[in-house]
Design a protein around this ligand. Structure first.
Ligand code: GUN
Length: 298
């Protein structure tokens, strides 16, 4: 069965849209996402455009800040600080990858985002909460992968799962989410020995490495989730050789139309969750201040 990621994403977006329309006034107090795009990376421009389009569809406000390829770390952090303080902004993301000159400062740049507005869930504080199982949100693609697994009522308990890739955006967080769901997870990477041997035993295989058609064979009857998006001669292909592997797998996600749409849908869901959480915090603060004021009066 080929899983229709687009249909799952549409359902999530519809649900987000209904929650926004029933609780907020568009253009007034609805969630608002700020995307920072540094440089001219073509793929990043396409991704940011699709994020903004999805914001429009769900009644969110949005804002794109384009910074020059040669922007300095300080300039970028200044923009982040400005957005942190803007109470109309619910969520902030810095589109990755950064230009080469900024990539070595990535950790410092990401951690400049207020954890309350970190929609990608990439700050150290939010990752710490994710790893301790107390996070409000998780990184968008990792969350999307869990939604795909849930869409076919696949029970993760005790399953042997192999994740190929250990990136901050996908491999590491999805391995954590799977463990939190009681799967037995093997996270593989470029130093892993006998990779195919491990893949052959995986009941669920998740591949996020960025190598076109790298996976040629899997365990018969397994579940295969392909996170790769590689452009080859103007065509998009995954990290899994779809034609070969789809004859062996029971469930498989296509590229395009698999995980990709879920990343955007989960970004909107994350933005709405942060928006609700930030409003709740303001309300709690207000109530506490009222109590303090009345105590002073007493
Ligand atoms: N680049 C590729 N995927 C993502 C993502 O989920 N968030 C950000 N910020 N950049 C990305």
């Amino acid at each position: 069965m080929v899983i229709d990621g687009k249909a799952i994403a549409e359902q999530i977006k519809e649900n987000v849209r209904e929650r926004v329309l029933s609780h907020y006034i568009i253009g007034e107090n609805a969630p608002k996402l700020a995307c920072i795009l540094v440089g001219e990376d073509k793929a990043s421009k396409v991704y940011v455009k699709s994020k903004i389009k999805a914001c429009d569809e769900c009644g969110f406000g949005s804002l794109v800040i384009n910074l020059d390829e040669n922007a300095t770390k300080e300039e970028l952090i200044n923009v982040i600080n400005f957005l942190n303080k803007d109470s109309s902004i619910s969520g902030i993301l810095v589109q990755l990858p950064l230009p080469n000159s900024l990539e070595r400062y990535r950790n410092e740049i990401i951690n400049a985002i207020s954890p309350d507005k970190d929609v990608d869930c990439l700050t150290d504080e939010n990752l710490g909460k994710l790893y301790s199982g107390k996070g409000l949100i998780a990184p968008c693609t990792a969350t999307g992968i869990i939604k795909i697994i849930e869409s076919v009522n696949y029970n993760l308990e005790g399953k042997d799962v192999v994740v190929v890739g250990r990136s901050l955006l996908v491999g590491k967080p999805v391995s954590t989410l799977l463990q939190n769901n009681n799967a037995t997870v093997t996270t593989c990477h470029s130093y892993t020995k006998n990779l195919q041997e491990k893949i052959d035993k995986a009941e669920l295989l998740i591949v996020a490495v960025g190598k076109p058609k790298m996976i040629k064979s899997v365990k018969k009857g397994s579940f295969v989730i392909d996170v790769g998006i590689n452009r080859i001669e103007d065509k998009l292909v995954g990290d899994v050789d779809f034609d070969k592997v789809s004859t062996e797998a029971k469930f498989i996600t296509p590229v395009p139309g698999g995980v990709g749409p879920l990343t955007v849908a989960c970004l909107l869901e994350n933005t709405l969750k942060l928006h609700e959480n930030n409003l709740q915090k303001i309300e709690n603060n207000y109530e506490n201040n009222e109590k303090i004021t009345s105590l002073k009066e007493y």
